[in-house]
Structures are given as structure tokens and as C-alpha cells.
Design a protein around this ligand. Structure first.
Ligand code: CTP
Ligand code: MG
Length: 245
């Protein structure tokens, strides 16, 4: 197929199978409510908000696929967006793989987006897709760091940890999602990279392929600890106020 005739059909895989241990006791993190709506519903809407995304694959907690299906059926998506729900695995990497396995043929671009980043703006989603369409095999949205970062010799006994190095902050970026990929390249990465990685682009790096960064957004932060719930609800309240509700 020539470049011109490619339609670049785009699917989004949303790993949502984690427990959310750092958030504290309660339902699996993706099912916890933000201003009355489950985090996962916000995340699915954030992907469906892009006109380029025609399929969203949700990777549910292993024993919760039916519950997630029912939940998502209650919340309308745009007509242009199809939805699939599959059960996830033990690790994030495994969950993403299970989501990729469920993709029907015909998608050129795949986004992988954490359910735990429910508030990413559509402009960030579209910027990632556009950079993949422009030829990058892997694209990550990222922001400069506010804090200086120290590399340490980790200690588990509670004693002070020795500092090993201080990487130059201006060269560091905090990476968010959605990360965008050429579909075939991401499938190949999941077939050949077995080491544990904390993001999908890391697998592309291990294949020796280029990964590029586009600007991330402060509202694409990951809901990880209890204070992040407060921040997420404040962002939603600000959006409501600005939308004139
Ligand atoms: N995830 C997943 N399958 C797993 C583990 C994580 O699909 N086995 C997903 C989470 O649901 C989340 C994303 O990967 O949307 C990012 O992971 P993280 O923020 O670490 O979420 P949890 O693993 O749920 O949180 P914690 O590490 O605090 O338990
Ligand atoms: Mg985790």
C-alpha cells in the first residue's frame, strides 16, 4: 500500500487490570470513582475523544471483565468508536500483550494508555498519533521534571540511602501515556522482549529502534497515591467551571 492510500486506522489499548496498591484499600484502581464516574470511563472517553481512534480495547482486572463490560455499556461512547473488553494479566506488560492479541486486523497505529491517566487532553492524544503517522515507530508524551533526581543505592532496611549520581535535570523527561506505536513494531517488541519494562516504548528501545518525545500535559498525570485523587477531582471541577456548567 502506498503512503498516500494508507488510512492509518488507530486503536487504543487501555491496561486497566492493576490493583492500585499504592492508592490504598478499595476497588481496583480503574474502577474507583472520580466525581462519581469510574476512572476507567474517563480514560476510555479521553481516547474516544480523538476522531482518529476507532477502537478502544480495555484490559480489565482478570476476574472483572464482565463487570467492566456492564459498566462501560452504561456510559455512551461516540458512534464512531468500537469497544472491546478482555481480561488482563499479572503484570502491566502482560496486560498490554493480552490487549494487543485481541486487536482485529487492519490497525496501523496503536496507542497504549494507562487507565490511571484518566484526564489526558485530546490534543495530547492527537499529537502522539500524528507523530506516528509522520513515521516514528514509537512516540511518548513527556514533560520536563520539576524535581532534581538522584540515583541511589537502594536500601530496604530503612537506613539512609547513599547517593550514586545526579543526572542533569534538563536532559530528563517524565514520560506519560498514551504512547503511540506502529502496530507491527509494537507486536514484534512484545514477541521478542522478555525483560520487565515499566513502559512500552522501553521495549522499542531494546529493539534498537528510535523513540521520540512530543510535549506531554500536566493533566495527563498518573493517579497513583491518594493525593492524586484530590488533584484529579480538582481538575474535573475546574473543567466543569470553565465549560460553564
Ligand atoms: N496494569 C494492568 N495490569 C497489571 C498491572 C497494571 O493493566 N497487572 C495497568 C493499571 O491498571 C494502570 C497501568 O497499568 O492503568 C499503570 O499501572 P499503575 O499505575 O502501576 O497501576 P497499578 O499497578 O494498578 O497500581 P499499583 O502499582 O499501585 O498497584
Ligand atoms: Mg503497578
Amino acid at each position: 500500500m502506498s503512503e498516500e492510500s494508507r488510512s492509518f486506522r488507530t486503536a487504543a489499548v487501555i491496561p486497566a487490570a492493576g490493583r492500585g496498591v499504592r492508592l490504598g484499600p478499595g476497588a481496583p484502581k480503574a474502577l474507583r470513582a472520580l466525581n462519581g464516574t469510574p476512572m476507567l470511563v474517563h480514560a476510555v472517553r479521553a481516547m474516544a475523544a480523538s476522531r482518529s481512534v476507532s477502537l478502544v480495547v480495555v484490559v480489565a482486572p482478570p476476574d472483572g471483565a464482565t463487570e467492566v463490560k456492564n459498566l462501560l455499556a452504561e456510559h455512551a461512547l461516540p458512534d464512531r468508536t468500537d469497544l472491546l473488553v478482555v481480561p488482563g494479566g499479572e503484570s502491566r506488560q502482560e496486560s498490554v500483550k493480552l490487549g494487543l492479541d485481541a486487536l482485529p486486523p487492519g490497525f496501523d497505529v496503536v496507542l497504549v494508555h494507562d487507565a490511571a491517566r484518566p484526564l489526558v487532553p485530546v490534543d495530547t492524544v492527537d499529537a502522539v498519533i500524528e507523530a506516528v503517522r509522520d513515521g516514528a515507530p514509537a512516540v511518548v508524551p513527556a514533560l520536563p521534571l520539576a524535581d532534581t533526581v538522584k540515583q541511589v543505592e537502594p536500601r530496604t532496611d530503612g537506613s539512609p540511602e547513599p547517593v550514586v549520581a545526579t543526572p542533569e535535570r534538563s536532559r530528563l523527561r517524565a514520560v506519560q501515556t498514551p504512547q503511540g506505536f506502529d502496530h507491527a513494531t509494537l507486536v514484534r517488541a512484545h514477541e521478542s522482549v522478555t525483560e520487565n519494562v515499566t513502559d512500552d516504548a522501553g521495549m522499542i528501545e531494546q529493539l534498537g529502534l528510535p523513540v521520540v518525545v512530543v510535549p506531554g500535559h500536566e493533566e495527563a498525570f498518573k493517579v497513583t497515591r491518594p493525593l492524586d485523587l484530590v488533584l484529579a477531582e480538582a481538575v474535573l471541577a475546574r473543567r466543569r467551571a470553565n465549560d460553564g456548567f
